[in-house]
Design a protein around this ligand. Structure first.
Ligand SMILES: [Zn+2]
Ligand SMILES: [Zn+2]
Length: 368
């Protein structure tokens, strides 16, 4: 069944153009999505709009009057409402243009900058203040960021009279449609720099090397970034600066490896020390530390020194230091030492370990 386009607009089949327009306008005011958020109203608004499009087009209206449906048949039929370029245009046509935009400022936020620094483990553990030298965009001193040559100023764009946008009138079957777009001459800023500053070529910025100091907090870790607000690139037209990010990476340490806020190290311990126990001096991040090795310490034993690791970045306290003991078996024995060890082995009944009776123990093999 053909759509009742007249019924949708609430007009009689013989209605003239002015009545159609009046009826559509009244319905659009009531149903337009800007006014009426109800989904049902929006659906009806679409139908009413396509009804108006059909009936205000003489050829399509003729099809309707002959009992047909111009939107339901033929190639592209039925898609008319979707193909229609946007309700904004049709509403502009009726209600005299959209909202007035103000010129887009030439001033923009500057970009963020990133620098990477390397620190050593002690610096990560206790924090450090570093001097950084970096090159970023800064406000051009010659034109104070305005971009215009000395003695001149940006002037009002003649293309858009400073509005930053231009309007064009297009004719369509609905009548005249007014469209608005950004002015190409001034990129929407409303002003143009006729005589650019020689120093910055009109950008208002130059690149410069500067030095600043950055405080690296204790507990920082590889891959973390410190943000220095407003220390990045200055924006065009004296726009606010972006931020500077300082990314930290930690050099590996010859003794300690880091696992979160805990540290690990290995300590070679002579076999005799492991057996007899002793006190050992260990060079920690906090200086020399005496650690007690208990008599009878086994290979791969771990001694944990509480709070001798990395300070927690957030909150208080520190990680631990885990000392992994490597019990070192002597590789070279002189005659006297060998004699003593043999004596020890004999006393402990360890001359033939394994006691499988094959006589293939360590000492017997060595004697061969
Ligand atoms: Zn300049
Ligand atoms: Zn312009």
């Amino acid at each position: 069944m053909a759509t009742d386009y007249y019924g949708l607009l609430g007009v009689a089949p013989g209605a003239d153009d002015a009545s159609l327009k009046k009826a559509y306008r009244r319905l659009a005011r009531e149903l337009h999505p800007d006014v009426n958020p109800d989904p049902a109203a929006q659906e009806r608004f679409k139908q009413v709009t396509s009804a108006y499009e059909v009936l205000s087009d003489p050829e399509k209206r003729q099809i309707v009057d002959l009992g047909g449906d111009p939107l339901a048949s033929g190639p592209g039929g039925g898609n008319f409402a979707q193909g229609f370029g946007g309700l904004g245009d049709i509403m502009d046509a009726f209600f005299g243009g959209g909202q007035q935009r103000s010129p887009r400022s030439r001033v923009r936020q500057g970009a963020d900058a990133l620098v990477r620094i390397e620190i050593d483990l002690a610096e990560a553990a206790f924090g450090v203040t570093r001097e950084l030298t970096l090159e970023t965009a800064v406000v051009c001193g010659t034109c104070s960021g305005e971009g215009a040559a000395s003695g001149t100023h940006p002037s009002t764009c003649p293309n858009c009279q400073g509005r930053g946008e231009v309007q064009a009138v297009q004719r369509s079957f609905l009548g005249q449609i007014m469209t608005t777009r950004t002015c190409g001459r001034c990129s929407g800023s409303g002003s143009i720099v006729e005589h650019p500053c020689a120093e910055c070529a009109g950008d208002g910025r130059v690149r410069a090397r500067r030095t600043l100091s950055v405080k690296i907090p204790a507990g920082i870790e590889t891959g973390m970034r410190i943000r220095l607000t407003g220390e990045g690139e200055v924006g065009p037209g004296r726009g606010p600066s972006g931020d500077l990010y300082v990314e930290v990476s930690e050099r590996s340490h010859p003794t300690f490896t880091r696992d979160g806020d805990d540290l690990h190290c290995r300590l070679a311990l002579p076999m005799t020390a492991a057996a007899l126990g002793m006190s050992v001096k260990l060079d920690t991040l906090d200086g020399d530390e005496e650690i007690d090795i208990a008599a009878g310490t086994q290979p791969d034993a771990v001694i944990t020194l509480r709070a001798r690791g990395i300070p927690h970045l957030r909150g208080t306290g520190r990680g631990d230091l885990h000392v992994h003991l490597d019990v070192a078996v002597p590789t070279r024995l002189d005659a006297e030492q060998e004699q003593l060890l043999r004596e020890l082995a004999r006393l402990r009944g360890e001359e033939r370990p394994g006691s499988s009776g094959k006589g293939a123990g360590l000492f017997s093999r060595k004697r061969r």
